[in-house]
Design a protein around this ligand. Structure first.
Ligand code: MG
Length: 250
């Protein structure tokens, strides 16, 4: 069941979203050669805690970190640890903040120092793929309109989108209905109405779309070892264009 948020809930979602956005920005600013993924996570969590919020991912289904930090061929669910970032790496940070019982969820991929043109292009396509699909999240559209654009945009740019993981509704819980596939699975999906809050999150690979989970039980990597990029915002469906709850002004 899709929970449509009341104006009071939407106000709380805005506040949680802003904390998640500030945390992600702090994580991105901490990204440089020599930093460990644990240090990047610490920068994220410090902002969340300074705002009186809680890192949503910590202990979520047993996840052992305060946020996800995934390097190069790791696309999502990387566990923060001793891995040191190196010049030329790309690093995906996924940050969730729970404030007053509501969740903001956002992710982006950052360059470590100077990166290859190919890596920069991958990051750009993933972000543009998000924006193209998010623009479909309008009153009266279907979930499948978002999914079709996620798949279609990445294909048109010559990249493979990962099909195993999906976007989702978000609110009191990190993962609510509806599920938002990153490709069109043939179904129409629910009709969107104002007050729905959704997290759309394309993961785009440089090589094949195939992925697997490492023996740590969490880290998802590309099977061919090539780079992967991730981009996500929490948005509100309105009467008009979507409102991005995890996007900072300016
Ligand atoms: Mg998410």
């Amino acid at each position: 069941m899709i929970r449509v948020k009341s104006p009071r809930e939407i106000e709380r979602m805005r506040r949680a979203g802003r904390v998640a956005a500030l945390a992600l920005r702090a994580g991105g600013e901490a990204v440089r050669p020599g930093m460990t993924t644990a240090q990047v996570c610490k920068a994220v969590c410090r902002v969340i805690e300074n705002h009186g919020a809680v890192p949503t991912f910590l202990n979520y289904r047993g996840f052992p970190g305060g946020c996800c930090v995934s390097v190069n061929e790791e696309l999502i669910h990387g566990i923060p640890g001793n891995r040191k970032l190196r010049e030329g790496d790309i690093v995906s940070i996924d940050a969730g903040a729970t404030l007053d019982g509501y969740v903001g969820d956002t992710a982006a991929t950052f360059p470590v120092g100077c990166i290859s043109d190919q890596a920069a292009r991958l990051i750009e396509v993933t972000e543009d793929c998000f924006w193209a699909a998010a623009d479909k999240a309008r009153r009266g559209a279907r979930v499948s309109d978002i999914s079709k654009e996620l798949e279609g945009y990445s294909k048109r740019q010559g990249f493979e989108i990962v099909k195993q993981y999906t976007g989702h509704g978000v609110g009191k819980r990190l993962h609510e209905d509806p599920e938002i596939p990153n490709f069109w699975d043939g179904s129409r999906g629910a009709r969107l109405i104002p007050g729905m809050t959704l997290a759309i999150e394309p993961m785009v690979n440089l090589g094949s779309e195939d992925v697997e989970i490492l023996s740590d039980g969490w880290t998802v990597v590309t099977t061919d070892g090539q780079l992967s990029s991730h981009y996500e915002h929490t948005l509100l469906v309105t009467q008009d264009a979507p409102e991005f709850l995890t996007l900072l002004e300016g």
